[in-house]
Design a protein around this ligand. Sequence first.
Ligand SMILES: Cc1ncc(COP(=O)(O)O)c(C=O)c1O
Length: 343
Amino acid sequence: MKVVDLRSDTVTHPTPAMREAMYHAEVGDDVFGEDPTVNRLERTAAERMGKEAALFVASGTMGNLVSLLAHCGRGDEVILGDHSHTFLFEQGGMAALGGITPRPNPNQPDGTLRLEDVVGAIRGDDVHFPRTRLVCLENTHNVCNGMPLTAAYTAEIARLAHAHGLRVHLDGARVFNAAAALGVDVRELVREVDSLSFCLSKGLCAPVGSLVCGSAGFIAGARRARKVVGGGMRQAGILAAAGIVALEQMAGRLAEDHAHAKRLAEGLAHIPGIKVAPVATNILYFRLTEEVSQTPEEVVDGLAERGIRLLGREGGRFRAVTHYWISDEDVERTIVAMHELIS
Ligand SMILES: Cc1ncc(COP(=O)(O)O)c(C=O)c1O
């Protein structure tokens, strides 16, 4: 029986085309700048995002960390969402390793930060205060129902930040999902930000890696930061080869995953006892209502017995994430299994 793994899009295995490209990849020492495949991936990513340069890193967490280290010095402060991945799930790396203070602002249900909150969080010039340096956004917003941020909103935040002498970094781990959901070129969504990171190893199916993009000067700083956190990866062209396939073949097909998430949402919404959150991309959250006798753990275990895996999160919230390896049939199987379990 096929296991339907909806826990995350990070569970995606590389496609046959990726394995083939990895096998044939030309490699060199990337710390010397001599890996032709890494160099090609970085050029392709920069061009795709409309930025001057790009840097291949091991993960989304490393991409955000080296970006923050390149933008900020010790004692600087970063405004970011209180539900953002960087604030919640990256071990406070900015503070632990960079001496940078996070200044969390309330994320709205659609993943945005209120402009007035951001303005209110910017520090004045006072000997008591850290210096505000950066605003971070997340697109799509993982915890906020996978919602995409529009180009207009991102531009508004950037205008505001730049007017106060701040920079803007985008955690675009799933920015191609945002572009697919909004029906725009990904460049539109990142045009006004100073830097962004995006992941190859989520919905794009590559086995490893993320890219950081920005100006040539910024990327030089991020490259130094990558080295000090141990991210100089030598013959990384093996991995970059899969990343090139991800950009060329996988970034354009994400609407299929979104259609699967919508179908799953519709199917679950018809089951009494399930309350489904709004869904716009490949991330679907739902919870059980009080009339359901099973605990969330029992539901997760019952699904696992039927070969279906999803995440039960704190507060009785469930998360299901669709991706390349989830088919129409898998979605229907999940709906039927849930029906059996809780009715
Ligand atoms: C929005 C967001 N940013 C960053 C990351 C971190 O990526 P990685 O797991 O590659 O470190 C994740 C991972 O799920 C994420 O959802």
